[in-house]
Design a protein around this ligand. Sequence first.
Ligand SMILES: [Zn+2]
Length: 578
Amino acid sequence: MPTLPFGPLPPYQPRRFVPSSADLGSWPEIAPLFDALAARSAQCATTADLERWLVDWSELSAVLDEESTRRYITMTCHTDDAEAEAAYLHFVEQLDPQAKPRQFDLARRFVAHPLRPHLPAERYRVFDRDTRIQVEIFRPENVALETEDAKLSQQYQKLTGSLTVQFRDQERTLIQMGLYLEEPDRALRQEAWELVANRRLREAPAFEDIFGRLVQLRGQMARQAGFVDYRDYMFRKMGRHDYSPADCETFHAAVEAEVMPALRALQAERRRRLSVDVLRPWDLATDPQGRPPLRPFSHVDQMVAGTQSIFDALDPDLASGFRRMQELHLLDLANRKGKAPGGYQSNLSEARLAFIFMNAVGQQRDVETILHEAGHAFHALASRGEDLFAYRNPPIEFCEVASMSMELLGNEWLEPFYAFPEAQRARRAHLENILTILAWIATVDAFQHWVYTHPNHTRTDRAGAWVALLQRFGGDVDWTGYEPARAYLWHRQLHIFTHPFYYIEYGIAQLGALQVWANARRDRPGALRNYKAALALGGSRPLPELFAAAGCAFDFSRKTIAPLVRLLLDELTSLPVN
Ligand SMILES: [Zn+2]
């Protein structure tokens, strides 16, 4: 059995409720713990008893969550290992379906508890609201469908992770091929891009099959829970109390009105600098002056050391958090065959620590990813003292403020990786990329709104809807001759398959992060103080309050976006081009 990248972790505190000898892969050992909590809920005679009960329940949830995460980490670090896959699937197929109804049973007991209204109202406001919703939308008949959903998601990951191409007599992962899109030689970029596009297109029927089944399953779950469609169901399930589908449409429109003109202007500038008539899909990642790609590091150890220097310069608390993660080996960062694609940060809920997974190959984008994931890890570390498991899992819209702020702030200290001109070039590319990403977020989010509100669509309709969105948000890129690659471009977006609707959060959060960055330009220590204070709240407050604590407005209309786009453009104008 392959091992985890890290060894035994220092416990945050000794377990109080779950026996330390419990086999967490064995339901017969877990079931009595749920029985005990169920029985004890009726015996709570005071609010103090009930709060104690909540903390014990939190401990059980954290222990199970960490076990699942450990198996997930092992699998994603070894996608070609059957035993690691079996261990994760065992948890997903055998433990989760048993534990979920029992979690629901405890939530129902809490919601019905006579002492619940007497708990300190502000302390439990968010927990109470979220637990009531969980009870309201839970359907036992959906548990099997959720299991099926998780398995299909895992098939998507396995398929994506297995794709390679032969390029210059070597087998290369698609992530490794991304390097060639930064090359100055246009013919080389085109060749690399076509190889990858064609490799993905060969799997298009498989991706379409997986997604078709997911859409069906998800629609069925929504109907079984009494919702018109999966979008309404997910907005309720994801606890989106503070914004609606209509607000997302406001965001799409604001991006179209404010971001697209700026993006088109940057694309026109790129076209001029590249001296080409039209931008092709392989012209978007290369340096417009034809300089070779930035190479911030050649070995992952250098990336870690450089990142440490950035945090040393930025803030002592953040610096010590990142140092601790290195000491505990909570980083698996190098790309290699057999690793799942992408990067993620996972909470190790019982140890109250965080793990970072990446596929670093030596690009500037890797530096941005480590800054990003470290921001998530800081969030986990900042909220360690919180005893309610639910409050150690803040809403994604704010989690991404934690991570994206680190990209923006960290990118102002890139000297460990570059001489000054290269550092400026990297910053410029990052800021331009934010505009590109806002447009991509609008595309991916609007696509999912379309998919799940048109449940009976055909594959052709779906491709048509996607292409129409690229016309709104794709800018001036010429796809002539590559129409199928364009129609299936979304196959590469993991979230559409594995985390439905989890994408607008990035847009909302980017607006928060840009505000943190704007604040830091006026008062860096003050902005960082607010940032850390907001992170320490975990998920204990509603979204608008978390944003306010970080010094940001929770609004994603043109009113908020326009000045941020202006600030980005001002900054881009002041950064030297050469
Ligand atoms: Zn993130």
